[in-house]
Design a protein around this ligand. Structure first.
Ligand code: ADP
Ligand code: MG
Length: 251
């Protein structure tokens, strides 16, 4: 089972992860807490250029761990795209998942942040608070299984029991979800197929290539669609941009 925490800095995610993991462990579950801070803090300094490595390898670690253990993701998971990447890992491995949204008033976050040395400036947290993508507001798949107010007492035992219950109901639901996502991917590919045909048509009209060139362009498009079918979680607009770029470069 994949437990995806989400919440702003200082809300109490690391504290929550540790305590929940302890209780789950006592209940006989092999569980590991993973998060991008582990890798981030392994660099002697922070650079933006490290972030892509950190993101990719945190996901890689999570995926491998999930094959054997329950995983608690101790991260802000600020954007719904981050939560979506994690959910896709769960789906791909046919595991259940639960989003747990930790929340607290801004003042509490700022006070806790100052208390632990304000490694992140308070202004940054204020900005994040304003822009935070509340889980589940836009998409159903993003709805939290639980919302926890960290200014109140947290009943870890109750939470652990609810997670265990959910993990047992897993199979049917996950199969459903995987099937849904497969049929959704299919319609996405259809859309991209149509869209790229149109783009090729316009390109040929504009550039007026020779017949041999046209063949090559048609093959390029076919290969693009074929490769797309092997991809997880396809984004129509990204794929179109990618195709246009390919066409300009290789067409
Ligand atoms: P995060 O991982 O979300 O950044 P932490 O778990 O590191 O947050 O907690 C931030 C600070 O808030 C720490 O000093 C911690 O002791 C405190 N804290 C965490 N959870 C609670 C809670 N439920 N009640 C009061 N203080 C908390
Ligand atoms: Mg933390």
């Amino acid at each position: 089972m994949l437990i995806i925490l989400t919440g702003l800095p200082s809300v109490g995610k690391s504290t929550f992860s540790k305590k929940l993991a302890e209780i789950l462990n006592k209940l006989g579950i092999d569980v590991i807490v993973l998060g991008s801070d582990m890798l981030r803090e392994s660099f002697p300094a922070w650079r933006e250029s490290y972030e892509e490595f950190i993101r990719k390898n945190t996901l890689y670690l999570i995926e491998n761990a999930l094959k054997e253990y329950w995983v608690i993701v101790d991260d802000t998971n600020y954007y719904n795209s981050m939560r979506r990447d994690l959910i896709n890992i769960a789906k791909k491995n046919e595991k259940n998942y639960a989003i747990i949204y930790l929340r607290a008033p801004l003042n509490t976050l700022l006070q806790r942040n100052v208390k632990r040395g304000e490694k992140i400036p308070n202004e940054v947290i204020v900005e994040m608070y304003k822009k935070f993508d509340e889980p589940g507001r836009k998409y159903r798949w993003d709805e939290p299984f639980l919302t926890v107010d960290t200014t109140k007492e947290i009943d870890y035992y109750e939470i652990a029991m609810r997670l265990i219950e959910k993990s047992k109901k897993k199979d049917e639901k996950v199969r459903d979800r995987v099937e849904n996502s497969i049929s959704k991917d299919y319609s996405i590919i259809n859309e991209i197929d149509k869209e790229t045909r149109k783009i090729v048509g316009e390109y040929i009209k504009r550039i007026k290539p020779k017949n041999k060139e046209i063949d090559r362009i048609i093959k390029l498009r076919k290969r693009f669609i074929k490769n797309l079918k092997n991809e997880e979680d396809i984004d129509v607009s990204k794929a179109i941009i990618e195709f246009k770029r390919l066409l300009e470069e290789e067409g």
